[in-house]
Design a protein around this ligand. Structure first.
Ligand SMILES: C[S@@+](CC[C@H](N)C(=O)[O-])C[C@H]1O[C@@H](n2cnc3c(N)ncnc32)[C@H](O)[C@@H]1O
Length: 389
């Protein structure tokens, strides 16, 4: 408790923690959580070189392939591997959430709350040379950062980014389009994506700087990036935005890394000591976000992610909040209303430094014991109607 008062958490945050049965002392463990990096597949032999450049050892994370830990204060920016996009920072718990999806090359994956994009990068890494990834986010400036990240890490080829509300997003993956589906109209087709932004988009981006949640005015998803092999080039608008056919057009894997209060992200909360606690109150604890509106948003994101999932497909719901309200309560309510949703055991979790959530088969990374950032993860499968009966 003494240590907690040293951090001088604001009263409102302490009340939030108390109301949710969370221990404030977790925020005082300053250096107990290392920094994690992931080396892109094929670059594992760069370990020695990177260690030399950053002057510290990369400890292999034995329970998560491709991940290494370094002390929290070590900067990776001066390493060539980072500058050349061969390595990126991503917390190991986040990596675990992505690996729970069981992505295979060739899958069509959807990330419904994608920005700033570390998990999307890993999803693309796991796809390799086949399949596509679609990222959706409601915040234009965050999605622009995600686009920069995909391009920096050379992962943009098979991806599409949509500025859209994840609770209503309905664009299906690009699988086999019926031949000549729009043969008789003369609508223009999508050309190669260029970083030269049209005036309209630049104007909207400028406006968005003052308004974090700036969606297209007509409420339609806006594609802000697509790669060479994403399947978009050559399509007509009608084909890209064709209705989702539930039988064969859903996504194979869906990640719903939902908007949350971020209270499990120790480093994020600690940063408010410099940024100012009023910023924490505004960004994290705003009544709009912590009351039922936030949990309703989370449930609606989960519902829509599941609607977009194909039968037999896998969805992962995660948040970096430690509260029951934003995790088990949301998942339990969702399972109650969906007979075709089955909570799945995460096989690999037996090797992870996590604990069981209140709902059996869900898992929690508790920052005081996992040496990772806090994260809740639930894996859900969509059953075929016969299985659900
Ligand atoms: C926890 S962050 C996602 C982090 C991301 N998955 C990553 O690995 O970098 C939650 C994101 O949800 C976005 N968001 C909030 N409301 C949304 C909505 N209705 N639809 C889609 N995205 C939303 C926020 O803009 C934010 O970028």
């Amino acid at each position: 408790m003494g240590e907690t008062s040293k951090l001088q958490l604001p009263e409102t945050f302490l009340s939030f923690l108390e109301a949710n049965g969370l221990d404030p002392s977790i925020y005082t463990h300053r250096d107990s959580i290392p920094r994690y990096v992931r080396l892109k597949p094929g670059f594992e032999d760069l370990v020695g070189e990177i260690e030399y450049e950053i002057n510290c050892k990369l400890e292999k994370v034995n329970w998560l392939p491709g991940f290494y830990s370094i002390p929290p204060d070590v900067q990776i920016a001066r390493s060539m591997a980072y500058q050349q996009g061969k390595m990126y920072g991503i917390d190991a718990a986040s990596g675990a959430a992505v690996s729970a999806l069981g992505i295979s090359p060739g899958d069509h994956v959807l990330d419904l709350c994608a920005a700033p994009g570390a998990k999307l990068c890993m999803m693309l890494d796991l796809l390799g040379e086949k399949g596509t990834a679609t990222g959706v986010d409601v915040a234009r400036h965050r999605l622009a950062a995600c686009r920069t990240m995909l391009r920096k890490y050379g992962l943009g080829q098979r991806s599409r980014l949509f500025l859209a509300d994840g609770t209503t997003f309905s664009v299906p993956p690009i699988t086999n389009l019926p031949c000549g589906s729009c043969a008789d109209d003369h609508e223009e087709t999508f050309k190669e994506w260029t970083s030269r932004r049209p005036y309209k988009e630049r104007k909207q981006e400028a406006k968005a700087k003052n308004n974090n949640f700036f969606l297209p005015q007509n409420g339609q998803p806006e594609i802000i990036f697509y790669g060479q092999s994403s399947g978009v080039i050559g399509l007509k608008k009608k084909e890209l935005y064709r209705p989702l056919d539930q039988k064969d057009c859903g996504y194979d894997k869906v990640l719903v890394d939902a908007e949350c209060t971020h209270d499990g992200s120790i480093k994020h909360i600690q940063k408010f000591e410099q940024w100012g606690w009023t910023t924490l109150e505004r960004r994290v604890l705003d009544a709009e976000r912590t009351d039922r509106n936030l949990t309703a948003l989370q449930l609606n994101l989960l519902r829509n992610g599941f609607r977009l999932l194909k039968q037999g497909g896998t969805l992962v719901y995660s948040t970096c909040s430690l509260t029951l309200a934003q995790n088990e309560d949301v998942v339990d309510q969702f399972l109650d209303e969906n007979s075709s949703a089955e909570l799945q055991e995460i096989e690999t979790a037996k090797d992870w430094p996590c604990t069981s959530g209140r709902t059996p088969k869900t898992v929690r990374f508790d920052p005081s014991t996992s040496a990772t950032s806090g994260l809740f993860v639930a894996k859900i499968r969509k059953l075929a109607p016969k299985e659900a009966a």
